[in-house]
Design a protein around this ligand. Structure first.
Ligand SMILES: *Cc1c(COP(=O)(O)O)cnc(C)c1O
Length: 392
């Protein structure tokens, strides 16, 4: 099987065939894991003329190419860079476009460590950062300054799942000559075609659904043609690279990303609908639910939903939340998500927001629905809600 390039195949087929050159792999279905720093040249002329495909391990390898080639086809951009974590994908994308004196508009519902980087490192670098309401849409123009270089979107928002009007934002931002950077971790390029919607630099925490097994950390950044040079320059200057075992695991995860996401979506929606019907659940934050405020935008722009959403419980004590979560048998209590297993964590989003209000009446819990039997997950949550109701 050779690479398909610009073929008319659908996304599931592309996931299976992209980035694989089995003839060059001696017929083996998967590429070998190539380890190495030094790359030898046959002559001084070759060394100095960079005639080989590879020059140094940090600057690329067949294992790096296997994953970047595959992701490039799936993202539909001009260049893909791989970095050691999702947070590093965020910071590298920002550093690729921002310098001292520039202004950044950052969505208020962003992943908290992204916010930390902006409030510490970027400010120290001399970048002014202001936060905006996720519902801003084309009115982002009113917040832009002459020195605004980039607008960062994350849709749906971390923890509370507000859907942003990315095409409207991109239209307004491009009219002013700035860049749109997106954290596309929730949907992955399979369920949100970021470049098609005007995003210049689209990043994901490959740690989540790309890896899919909670056994690696990785970040991906895809740039369109306008920002490919800036991305390459930042990635090279910062000296970023990923170990070959993690690259291989991510490539392995990529092959099953389509079927896993389809299951996460279907199972997640079933659990979300069941939760919405429970008297002790005040609200379910899941853009694929018809009642969700972001549903229409989600339906217009997304190809599907993943398995991560949140609930607000009826008012109750911290102890009651602990009774709910501590007794769960199938849901793990832990950070990150996107693996095969179900997870639940309590969160408080209100105190960190500065440009939008978030003041739920009851405790809030983020839920990741894994690949277990849905009935078993619902029974586990049912028992948890009974403990919550008894302890409220
Ligand atoms: C987890 C996450 C990240 C960071 O990924 P790491 O690999 O843990 O660094 C970034 N953005 C979002 C939306 C995430 O959920």
């Amino acid at each position: 099987m050779t690479r398909h390039g610009d073929t008319p195949f659908g996304p599931l087929t592309t996931l299976i065939h992209a980035g694989r050159d089995t003839a060059a792999q001696h017929g083996f279905v998967n590429p070998p894991i190539v380890r190495g720093s030094t790359v030898l040249s046959p002559t001084v002329a070759d060394l100095e003329g960079h005639t080989g495909r590879y020059s140094y391990g940090r600057r690329g390898s067949p294992t790096v190419d296997a994953l970047t080639d595959a992701l490039k086809e799936i993202e539909g951009g001009a260049h893909v860079a791989l970095v050691p974590s999702g947070l590093n994908a965020v910071t590298t994308a920002l550093l690729a476009v921002l310098g001292a004196g520039d202004h950044l508009l950052m969505v208020d519902t962003v992943y908290q460590p992204t916010r930390h980087f902006c409030d510490t490192f970027l400010r120290r670098m001399g970048v002014a950062v202001s936060y905006y309401d996720p519902h801003v849409g084309a009115d982002i123009s009113d917040l832009m300054r002459p020195e605004t270089k980039a607008v960062f979107v994350e849709s749906p928002g971390s923890l509370t799942f507000e859907v942003q009007d990315v095409p409207a934002i991109a239209g307004a931002v491009h009219a002013r000559g700035a860049a749109v950077i997106m954290d596309n971790t929730w949907a992955t390029p399979l369920l949100f075609r970021a470049h098609d919607h005007g995003v210049d630099l689209s990043l994901t925490a490959g740690t989540k659904y790309l890896g899919g097994h909670a056994d690696l950390l990785l970040g991906t950044i895809s740039a369109n043609a306008a920002y490919a040079g800036a991305l390459k320059a930042a990635h090279g200057a910062l000296g970023l690279c990923v170990g070959p075992e993690d690259l291989f695991l991510a490539l392995r995860g990529l092959r099953t990303l389509g079927v896993r996401l389809a299951h996460h979506q279907a199972a997640g929606l079933r659990v979300a609908r069941w939760l919405a019907s429970r008297p002790d659940v005040a609200r379910v934050m899941h853009p694929a639910l018809e009642t969700d405020p972001g549903h229409e935008l989600w339906k217009r722009d997304f190809q599907g939903a993943s398995g991560l959403f949140a609930i607000e419980l009826a008012p109750g004590s911290k102890a009651a939340v602990a009774a709910f979560l501590d007794g769960l048998k199938l849901f793990g209590l832990g950070y990150s998500w996107g693996g095969f297993e179900s997870l639940a964590i309590p969160f408080e989003a209100g105190p960190i927001r500065t440009a939008s209000r978030w003041s739920p009446l009851g405790p809030t819990i983020r839920i990741h629905i894994g690949l277990e039997e849905v009935e078993d997950l619902i029974a586990d949550l049912d028992a948890g809600l009974a403990r919550y109701a008894a302890a409220r």
